[in-house]
Design a protein around this ligand. Structure first.
Ligand SMILES: NC(=O)C1=CN([C@@H]2O[C@H](COP(=O)(O)OP(=O)(O)OC[C@H]3O[C@@H](n4cnc5c(N)ncnc54)[C@H](O)[C@@H]3O)[C@@H](O)[C@H]2O)[C@@H](O)CC1
Ligand SMILES: [K+]
Length: 583
């Protein structure tokens, strides 16, 4: 299971492993360095395969842009290695022709560290003075053992290293691994074939300084592939913020547990392909030492969230079994938003959907989606909502299972009070999106808490701009720590929160969070959010709880967009309606 932790949480789990479980720190560092070396070899082999296929050498593209890693960009446990159960040919396929990895029979040299022509490779290992540097030194030993050329490039004087890292420094020196110190000797990056970035890890604070900054810039400018130890140096491991400068890694070998900064942009871009490698720290300790944040996978949906991802239906089910969504949405200039939401709710599998809308709009939308029921909820000829319509919406909600509101609603006189009445007077699960979020924001930063705990689920689905209005901060400030802000707001205000955008965050009132990885940038198109509101409402109507509906809804929404983009052949041409069609 892929837990996502802060640097402090990682340190606490690390300490527990060493002090309470009695696993020596040196073992953890050894495992970390060995994992990094294996990923370097793997990248070299990929480079060789690319070189054989065409003459592009390292190639232009990110190697993670293939197969199952295409959308997720995150692999667990060094994914891709053939396991012991596979035939010997599989090992061979991973080492390339001409390698003598077997000596007859079934005797195989350490396969994870074998590659063709290791002597053609020369890697610079950028070594910081903390334990991240220690990991790099262990990796250096293993790469030398595998036959690669290696030079250590210390950012600080080697004497500055302490503890386990100093032990590794001394071992490398005794083995005669060449070393230079930044500032003392010139470092010519044009002479290496690749770079291991072991400068800064979870102990990094603020923008890289001095020699660290200089080495990061030089590494980036070299154009050589960079493998980062744990996190790219220059990345804030907690937030995903990238400082100036920050390593642009080809691969990040994340140790033990995913760090928050790797799964949120822009950090996710700086990290390249992320490979999480186990180093002997039990992952399940993570939630005991801080908030439980997980990558939203099919396994998490089925396991922790108990969602039937197969969306099976009872053979004897009827439309009443799957619930009835009431959607209060749409106004004269934005009727399409309501239409998209309502249609998405039906596609998400609810039995029935009623779209409540201003009376003047009704004649224009009749027949657009014949499966949909329509209800006039706001009188007048303007095609806009009004404060008095709250009573009509509440009345309609009495015989429905879920109320969703916001898409295309517009703003109107008394609208915050209109929403407060819905909040307080319906006992149905409530999904709040778009303009309804702005109404809520006008109730103050503690709006939900002041309006009171609802008896049923309450799900808010802001994009970063709306989140900023709820939190009274700018959009960039929200983006700087998406997981932190979403988790805090959900916990303090007692709501389930979906913070939209790349790697959508789903945060629960109990302090848990899930990070979605489905979907793509083509979803940045008008109406995609309205579709999500409809999907979540449709799932709630079928009896899913708030966390289940929010998480599964986001996951399905992204998956459908992936399918839709494949059908179109290009994510850029995606329309929100295509997502509905692909559900
Ligand atoms: N579970 C774990 O926590 C494990 C951690 N390991 C490694 O240890 C790392 C954490 O090690 P440390 O806590 O020693 O910290 P780091 O190795 O990340 O570096 C901290 C050092 O860098 C300096 N520094 C901090 N910010 C700087 C900046 N902006 N510019 C220049 N210098 C800066 C500090 O003075 C400190 O000496 C992890 O990322 C990982 O690579 C592994 O050895 C295995 C186990
Ligand atoms: K690093």
């Amino acid at each position: 299971m892929l837990f996502i932790v802060t640097a402090d949480q990682m340190r606490a789990v690390d300490e527990y492993t060493i002090q309470q479980l009695g696993i020596p720190a040196a073992s953890l560092m050894e495992n970390a360095g060995r994992a990094i070396a294996e990923e370097v070899i793997k990248l070299c082999r990929e480079g060789q395969e690319d070189g054989r296929r065409d003459d592009r050498g390292w190639g232009e593209g990110d190697h993670a842009d293939s197969d199952e890693a295409r959308h997720r960009n995150i692999a667990e446990g060094g994914g891709g290695w053939p396991d012991r159960g596979q035939p010997k040919e599989a090992w061979r396929a991973h080492t390339g022709p001409g390698d003598r990895i077997g000596y007859g029979g079934d005797i195989i040299a350490d396969p994870a560290l074998v590659m063709a022509h290791p002597g053609d490779q020369h890697w610079y290992m950028l070594i910081g003075k903390g334990n991240n540097g220690g990991d790099g030194l262990v990796a250096a030993r293993h790469l030398v053992e595998a036959g690669l050329g290696v030079t250590l490039v210390y950012a600080d004087a080697p004497e500055a290293l302490r503890g386990e890292a100093a032990v590794q420094r001394d071992a490398a020196a005794k083995l005669g691994i060449p070393a230079v110190v930044h500032g003392r000797e010139a470092v010519d990056f044009s002479r290496c074939t690749g770079i291991v970035d072991a400068l800064l890890g979870t102990g990094s604070r603020g923008a890289p300084r001095g020699a660290y900054a200089a080495l990061i810039r030089a590494a980036n400018d070299s154009g050589k592939p960079v493998v980062s130890a744990d996190v790219p140096s220059g990345l804030d491991a907690d937030t995903g913020e990238v400082y100036e400068p920050c390593i642009e890694a080809r691969v990040t070998v994340c140790l033990a547990l995913l760090k928050r900064g790797l799964v949120q942009y822009p950090g996710a871009s700086a990290a390249g392909r992320i490979v999480v490698r186990a180093i002997g720290i039990p992952a399940r300790l993570a939630p005991e030492h801080g908030p439980s944040v997980r990558l939203l996978t099919d396994e998490v949906l089925r396991g922790a969230l108990r969602v039937d991802t197969g969306r099976r239906r009872a053979p004897d089910g009827h439309k009443g079994t799957y619930g009835h969504v009431l959607l209060a949405a749409g106004s004269m200039p934005m009727s399409g938003a309501g239409l998209l939401s309502a249609k998405a709710a039906l596609r998400a599998g609810c039995g029935l959907a009623t779209w409540a809308l201003p009376a003047a709009l009704l004649p224009h939308v009749i027949g657009t989606v014949p499966e949909l029921m329509l209800a006039a909820a706001a009188d007048g000829n303007s095609g806009e909502w009004n404060a008095a319509s709250a009573a009509a919406v509440l009345r309609l909600a009495e015989s429905r299972d879920v109320l969703a509101t916001g898409p295309g609603l517009g703003r109107f006189e008394g609208d915050t009070d209109w929403l407060r009445r819905l909040w307080q007077q319906t006992d149905r699960p409530l999904v709040i999106d778009a303009d309804a979020l702005n109404m809520l924001a006008d109730a103050g930063p503690d709006g939900p808490r002041i309006w009171g705990q609802r008896s049923a689920a309450t799900i808010l689905t802001p994009h970063p701009g709306e989140m900023g209005r709820l939190l009274r901060m700018s959009t960039p400030e929200v983006q700087r720590d998406r997981i932190g802000h979403a988790a805090r707001y959900a916990r303090e205000q007692g709501v389930t929160l979906v913070l939209k955008g790349a790697r959508t965050v789903i945060a629960t009132p109990s302090g848990e969070a899930y990070i979605n990885t489905t979907g793509h940038a083509g979803m940045a198109t008008g109406g995609a959010g309205d579709v999500l509101t409809g999907i979540i409402a449709g799932l709630l109507a079928q009896g899913l709880g708030a966390e289940q509906a929010a998480a599964f809804g986001v996951y399905l929404h992204g998956q459908a967009a992936e399918r839709a983009a494949l059908r179109r052949g290009d994510p850029s041409s995606l329309l929100a309606g295509d997502i509905i069609d692909a559900l």
